[in-house]
Ligand binder design. Structure first.
Ligand code: OAD
Length: 236
């Protein structure tokens, strides 16, 4: 039974109205990474970092999954083998479309983490530096997202999945951020057929065997339909 491992990035949520990072007008053109997405930024100005993630949390909560998220949920439901979704996205749009077992390697906007005791819980829509941890009471609550300089979550598990993959697809990701940028190479070493679904060639495009160029909302349903033998182009 073919095992399919899928990596998604900001591009899959672009057509749901959530901005990508590195496209023109993207999140990193309006905010400097070192001001909002590092442990040092949080130590220096927690209120600013919370404001940045609060705005993204509110926006993500109002967003709807698009045809690409829906197609991946259909693939999980309809493919006879295992379909693992690993996402760099901190939104919850894969789950909103019906996907299960999604690995959030960069964390989730919807979750909070106590930097003092490690407790995790569902984040309030707006977090602030004065929030107290519901477990230990420390005023050290942060969004449960991975910042630059921190280790992405569940990497051993992801590497195990890549080692057993027959097909690997990267969707809507620029290939600029490691370790995710190295997943195609890992999967190819394990013998997987690697497909890049993105409007333009990513920074690691040469690691893939196949490229499908275009917007996720069109290319992903078509790819899923091919994998499911034509049954994948139905709506959910
Ligand atoms: P990027 O903003 O780096 O790349 C988004 C990719 O999506 C680009 O290659 C675009 O061409 C593509 N894209 C744009 N519109 C699309 C569409 N409609 N359909 C499909 N693709 C489209 O975002 P990521 O690669 O996800 O990490 O960025 C990786 C990580 O860098 C993020 O998780 C975040 C960021 O800094 C952290 O914050 C730790």
């Amino acid at each position: 039974m073919e095992k399919i491992v899928i990596l998604t990035g900001a591009g899959i949520s672009a057509e749901s109205g959530l901005g990508t990072f590195r496209d023109a007008g993207g999140i990193w053109s309006e905010n400097r990474i070192e001001d909002v997405a590092t442990p040092e930024a949080f130590a220096r100005d927690a209120a600013r970092v919370h404001r940045f993630y609060n705005a993204r949390r509110v926006q993500a909560a109002a967003a709807e999954p698009n045809a690409a998220h829906a197609a991946l949920a259909r693939l999980q439901a309809g493919h006879p083998g295992e379909v693992v979704i690993v996402t760099q996205n901190v939104d919850g749009l894969h789950e909103a479309a019906g996907s299960r077992g999604v690995i959030h390697m960069h964390g989730e906007l919807a979750r909070a983490l106590c930097a003092a005791c490690g407790l995790r819980w569902d984040a309030a829509p707006e977090m602030s530096p004065s929030d107290a941890c519901p477990g230990c009471g420390a005023r050290a609550c942060r969004p449960d997202v991975v910042w630059f300089g921190e280790m992405p979550y569940r990497m051993e598990e992801v590497l195990d999945h890549l080692a057993g993959a027959d097909v690997f697809a990267a969707i809507g990701t620029s290939g600029e951020v490691w370790p995710a940028a190295g997943f195609a190479q890992e999967a190819a070493l394990a013998g997987a057929h690697c497909v890049e679904i993105n409007p333009e060639a990513s920074a690691v495009a040469s690691d893939f065997h196949e490229a499908r160029r275009g917007r996720a909302s069109e290319m992903v349903p078509a790819w899923v339909a091919d994998l499911l033998g034509g049954a994948g182009d139905q709506s959910l």
